[in-house]
Design a protein around this ligand. Structure first.
Ligand code: BG6
Length: 493
């Protein structure tokens, strides 16, 4: 979006405004956008909650949380300007009368704008409420203007392909596809967006970006945290649904997509869908060959002893939910034929680190015969978080009298250029305010991504006699994950 886009007056309606996401991500994002002068001239944040509350108390609660979660400091001046835009609104998700009141409230905001404002509905609620909210919104005509009204939906978007199709059909009764913003917050991360710039803003990498020069691609999203307080959600979800179906497949799309003709949202989303379609589906009898699942046992993370997953609060003591997944994908298209894409993600791993490794092919013939066994093939590493950089590894001469080689790195460091990087939610919310869908998922993207993991999901659901836990907290996952890549002579980087 351009820096001087003028935003229309907007009312942001947050369903689930007293929940965790609103507290940690949404209010801090709106507050930081406000400080940066990126909020519309006229805006209101209508915070919906079940309990009775006053604006004053709710604002104090928001302020307290901003102090913990805001990227920029909370100053008296900024807070005074921001807080007047927040209104608390008592609302029952399943009562028609509540939506009629909401309608009136929205009309009253429009009167203050002097015209019908834009409306942004943020559904930060459990997935089973999406249908009830969407039906009420339709029945009470509070989102009756397709040019001005938008809905943002949090993941998980369904729990399998069928439920995602059902949800898409349901939403399409109230909203046009162009009004639906399905969030995958990884797409808002600065370093993930930079993949597009890096690949398509330069001429020197694209000629190498294919199976002639690339040996394999690895994508790792490793977390130190365990299940925390989310057992009831996570027990039903597991790492395949929570991370692979969305975040990791979206990153894979950015790495593997064909060059888009333009940055137009439809174009970018089309190219990503092409990638998802090209991913070879794994047949049920080959799932063990291509995919590994794991669950953490007790261990040590960051010098502290931690419990096994099955000992976490709210978790079934014989749970078979996976907290780690590694998969080898192949893409059946001309560019990527025979290049394995290894993806892995896990909770309670050795360190928090998300990165992409492009492993180039070794030299076909080495001029440096003496030391050739020490030559390592070139690698490009894109660090997504917490490091935010791009590193090209290559060989160079060791300083000295003899001609010996050593691996060195050339680094572009995002932090060195900008220490104050916006949070993913700031970027995404701004795009939704502007009305740009590029960083959000279209219905067919979501359905295709479910299709990619479908046989793995079904096979795993039917086989529950597992030797869990099979990796120690604080490790890099189960041994089988190493075997998955080593079979092909590769190693996790
Ligand atoms: C969420 C998952 O989508 O992403 C969580 O539900 C996970 O389980 C989180 O911890 C990771 O996000 P980030 O931005 O911390 O890498």
């Amino acid at each position: 979006m351009s820096d001087n886009t003028i935003l229309q007056p907007t009312t942001i309606v947050i369903f689930g405004a007293t929940g965790d996401l609103a507290k940690r991500k949404l209010f801090p994002a709106f507050y930081n956008l406000y400080i940066d002068g990126r909020m519309p001239k006229g805006f209101n944040i209508l915070a919906l909650g079940r309990a009775e509350n006053t604006d004053e108390k709710f604002r104090a609660y928001v302020k307290e949380n901003l102090e913990s979660f805001s990227r920029k400091p909370v100053t008296d001046e900024d807070w005074a300007g921001f807080q007047v835009h927040i209104t608390y609104f008592q609302h029952q998700l399943d009562e028609e009368a509540s939506y009629k009141n909401l309608y009136e409230k929205l009309e009253s905001f429009d009167e203050t704008y002097g015209s019908r404002g834009n409306r942004l509905f943020y559904l930060s609620i459990a997935p089973n409420f999406v249908s009830v909210i969407s039906n009420h919104i339709k029945n009470t005509s509070i989102a009756s203007n397709p040019e001005k009204d938008r809905i943002i939906i949090e993941k998980p978007f369904g729990h399998d392909k069928e439920s995602a199709i059902e949800l898409n059909n349901l939403l399409s009764k109230t909203f046009k596809e162009e009004q639906i913003y399905r969030i995958d917050h990884y797409l808002g991360k600065e370093t993930v967006q930079n993949i597009l710039a890096f690949r398509f803003g330069n001429s020197i990498f694209e000629p190498l970006w294919n199976n002639k020069h690339i040996e394999s691609v690895q994508i790792t999203v490793a977390e130190e945290v365990g299940v925390e307080t989310r057992a009831s959600f996570y027990e039903q979800t597991g790492a395949l649904r929570d991370m692979i179906q969305n975040h990791l497949l979206q990153i894979l799309c950015m790495v593997a997509m064909e060059p888009p003709v333009s940055l137009e949202s439809g174009e970018i989303r089309d190219r990503k869908v092409d990638v998802l379609k090209s991913i070879r589906r794994i047949s049920p009898d080959r799932v063990d060959h291509y995919a590994v699942r794991g669950q953490y046992g007790r261990g040590e993370v960051d010098g502290k002893k931690v419990n096994a997953y099955r000992e976490e609060e709210g978790v079934d003591p014989v749970s078979n939910t996976e907290t780690f997944v590694a998969i080898k994908f192949y893409l059946d298209n001309k560019r990527w034929e025979n290049v394995p894409f290894y993806v892995r993600t896990g909770k309670r791993m050795k360190e928090k680190h998300s990165y992409i490794t492009i492993q180039f092919k070794p030299l076909p013939h080495s001029t440096f015969s003496e030391s050739s066994s020490l030559l390592s093939a070139n690698k490009l590493i894109i660090n997504i978080q917490p490091l935010m950089d791009i590193r090209l590894q290559f060989m160079a001469k060791k300083p000295g009298l003899s001609l010996e080689l050593k691996p060195v790195e050339m680094i572009f460091d995002n932090f060195a250029c900008q220490t104050d990087t916006p949070e993913a939610y700031e970027t995404l919310l701004l795009e939704a305010l502007v009305g740009d869908l590029t960083l959000f998922m279209r219905s067919d993207q979501v359905e295709e991504a479910w299709d990619v993991v479908k046989t793995i999901q079904e096979t795993w659901e039917n086989r529950k006699d597992l030797p869990f836990p099979n990796y120690d907290a604080g490790s890099w996952g189960p041994e089988e994950s190493n075997a998955l890549v080593e079979r092909q002579g590769h190693h996790w980087v």
